[in-house]
Design a protein around this ligand. Structure first.
Ligand code: DC
Length: 249
């Protein structure tokens, strides 16, 4: 059920590192606000899945651009849940297998290419032009929607994020050790922050929310409180607002 009407941000950027809880939090926040939501990581994951299926190297940008020319990427509502957006490539639903370990291992190499990132800007921006949306990613507040109404940056220590990923993997019955998940988390951070094009970085006007002290429901409640304050100084000019601590005045 959407919250009571009022003046609301129409385009919310929700950025942050891998496993900061963006997907869970973004979905719940969108449901509470009655807004569409798009996890932009699935664009890069869908291209990676199609490339691996076609036997293309994730490092070969020209081949990936050829793939996108043959199979254009579209952002579409998920059937049966119109607030939830997904992607098709050449009309084919790419949802299955997007979270496979093979995609995890190759997606950073795909997301590094600058022409590919440029080609994926328009489908993302088109979504934001058409409907109120929460867009999740790494570069939404900095590159994709630099004029987003509200920019949120979810942060958490590498240890807290690795603990979350470990719980998810164990729940899926995968055998994994904490040290391995932590090492993979730190390696992904390095790749996402260190790349030349659209690196993970915090927009100057973003509100940085440290989530270490909260569970997902707590983070959602905290973000709803920030949305309710918009457009005040904190939510338009940026600052830090750790979850589990009182919001700064
Ligand atoms: O959030 P995720 O794990 O699904 O992201 C998959 C990859 O895509 C990861 O390497 C970061 C990259 N990505 C990106 O570069 N820009 C985005 N807006 C979203 C994800």
């Amino acid at each position: 059920m959407p919250e009571a009407e009022g003046r609301r941000p129409r385009r919310i950027a929700l950025d942050g590192p891998a496993a900061a809880g963006k997907t869970t939090v973004g979905r719940l926040l969108a449901q509470r606000l009655g807004m569409r939501w798009l996890d932009t990581g699935i664009l890069y994951r869908a291209v990676t899945a199609a490339a691996l299926e076609a036997g293309l190297a994730p490092e070969d940008e020209a081949a990936l651009m050829g793939l996108l020319a043959r199979r254009p990427l579209r952002v579409v509502p998920r059937s049966g849940s119109p607030l939830d957006l997904t992607v098709t490539l050449g009309g084919a639903d790419m949802d299955r297998a997007l979270r496979d370990p093979a995609i995890d291992a190759n997606v950073s190499a795909v997301a590094r290419h600058s022409a590919l990132r440029t080609a994926l800007l328009e489908p993302q921006r088109a979504v934001a032009r058409e409907h109120p949306v929460i867009m999740l990613g790494r570069d939404i507040g900095t590159v994709v929607l630099p004029d987003a109404d509200l920019k949120l940056y979810l942060d958490a220590s590498a240890e807290a994020r690795a603990r979350r990923r470990l719980r998810e993997r164990l729940a899926r019955g995968e055998a994994t050790a904490f040290a391995q998940v932590l090492a993979a988390t730190v390696a992904r951070d390095g790749k996402d922050s260190g790349r030349a094009v659209a690196p993970l970085s915090i927009a100057p006007t973003a509100v940085v929310v440290d989530t270490d002290r909260c569970d997902m429901a707590g983070v959602v409640a905290h973000l709803l409180a920030l949305v309710a304050r918009w457009p005040d100084a904190l939510t338009t000019r940026g600052g830090r607002a750790a979850c589990g601590l009182p919001l700064p005045r």
